[in-house]
Design a protein around this ligand. Structure first.
Ligand code: H79
Length: 429
């Protein structure tokens, strides 16, 4: 990716380093996929999937009137779920801008709703003390100047001209400048769509078909808000100038999605996942994950040193369906008891196993047991000298352990009614 890089090398300033530290301690955020694409109830790719032209898709703006949207309710929902940040779609691949932008007519002020969603959310996040990240698509299925002729998607849009990347780049910079100037402190920018201009996933040649000039885009962001963390869902190892690394629907190193071939870097890590199978509101998707699956995913993310950005796709009226609300409430209750073993922890020294996984803090090892069996759980090469205490996190009742030949054997309770039996080992160096 040499051609993306400028000679100048990026050194994060103190405020950015502090933001990264906060991020790795936060561990849990809310992803929100919402906009006029929510109206048909077929997910956020509906324009591409149903081969809708730009002209016809524009009609959706006239129907977007989310009279039940309440920023206070959404932010409270995230907070009560134990989430520390929100990542909001400001402009997805369909090119609709959820804020009052000067640079596109296809924006929220030209809908019957006529209120700046980004502003309403930013103000409420600042009020309730939760950080706000903004999702911004690099790929665009609407604009003539996006290099759509080299893109892999958006070919049904009816665009005639060839793309002109220098014009499109200027447009993105103008919009990013608005987002980073008019809405107070922005904790991060979450880019997506790079992969539209690369060879198919998994192929040896995954070089980019256009030069995105990330040095210019990232430089502008860090100049406007130096603490603002940049992440890019390019499914590759981090590029210079990025502040965190993301894995789509995957835990670092697993690549179950077939999208995340990259290995974990030393940057803060994040994985994003959906509650059912869809990002945007989808009327035909009922594949809701269970409480247990969601808890296990959060715990396994933490055990690999990654945050979980868990998604909801609100309905076109601004309401959030009860299946999502109820699960987020459950996560919040679970974290009230078990948060100590998630927030501010680092990856376990052993990788996740069939029985469960581990998170750690100074002098504490949290053993997350998902499945008990007849045999004790054995932690090999235990990196501490001594175990002072071993107990269940939820009620402090003691748990039997044996420490021999550098291996710790743990005898958990056979009761596995909770999704995660968290055992605390208090250690000594
Ligand atoms: O915003 C959500 C999705 O709309 C967006 N990212 C998340 C966070 C996303 N879109 N697509 N993907 C994620 C997955 C990418 C699928 C691809 Fe492909 C498979 C890209 C390359 C191979 C589909 C097939 C698009 C091009 C070929």
């Amino acid at each position: 990716f040499g051609k993306h890089l400028s000679a100048q090398s990026y050194a994060p300033v103190a405020a950015n380093i502090e933001a990264r530290k906060w991020f790795t301690e936060a561990r849990f955020g809310l992803f929100i996929h919402w906009g006029p694409f929510s109206i048909p109830g077929s997910g956020e790719w509906v324009m591409n999937d149903r081969k809708i032209t730009v002209k016809n898709y524009s009609r959706l703006a006239n129907f977007f009137n989310p009279i039940d949207f309440d920023a206070k309710e959404w932010v409270s929902l995230a907070k009560n779920a134990g989430m520390k940040y929100i990542t909001l779609i400001t402009r997805h691949h369909d090119g609709f801008s959820m804020w009052d932008t000067q640079y596109s007519e296809f924006n929220i002020m030209n809908t019957p709703y006529k209120k700046d969603i980004v502003k309403l959310m930013a103000d409420e996040c600042h009020k309730q003390g939760i950080k706000l990240f903004l999702y911004y698509s690099l790929l665009d299925w609407r604009r003539e100047d996006y290099p759509h002729e080299t893109g892999r998607t958006g070919q049904f849009s009816g665009r005639s001209n060839k793309g002109d990347y220098s014009s499109y780049l200027q447009f993105m910079k103008n919009q990013l400048r608005e987002l980073l100037t008019n809405y107070g402190e922005i904790a991060g920018i979450w880019f997506d769509g790079h992969w539209d201009q690369t060879a198919p996933e998994g192929q040896a040649d995954r070089s980019s078909r256009i030069d995105w000039k990330y040095d210019e885009i990232y430089g502008l962001i860090h100049q406007l808000q130096p603490q603002c963390m940049i992440g890019n869902n390019h499914h590759l190892s981090p590029f210079p100038g990025e502040d965190f690394q993301m894995f789509e629907r995957d835990l670092p190193g697993e690549n179950k999605s077939g999208l995340s071939f990259q290995q974990a870097s030393p940057l803060p890590l994040e994985t994003c996942e959906t509650i059912n199978g869809s990002w945007g509101f989808n009327l035909s998707d009922t594949t809701y994950k269970t409480h247990q699956e969601l808890v296990h995913y959060l715990v396994r993310s933490a055990a690999l040193g990654a945050n979980l950005l868990l998604n909801i796709g609100p309905m076109p009226n601004g309401d959030i369906q009860p299946e999502f609300k109820e699960r987020l409430e459950y996560m919040g209750k679970w974290l009230n008891t078990y948060g100590e073993a998630i927030y501010g922890t680092s990856a376990g020294y052993l990788k996740p196993a069939a029985w469960g996984c581990m998170t750690q803090k100074a002098n504490k090892v949290y053993v997350h047991i998902f499945k008990t069996g007849k045999e004790p759980i054995v932690l090999t090469d235990f990196p501490f000298k001594k175990i002072k205490k071993a107990y269940l996190l939820k009620d402090k009742s003691s748990i039997k352990t044996e420490f021999r030949n550098k291996a710790v054997s743990i005898y958990p309770s056979a009761d596995q009614s909770a999704p995660d039996q968290v055992i605390v080992l208090e250690t000594e160096e």
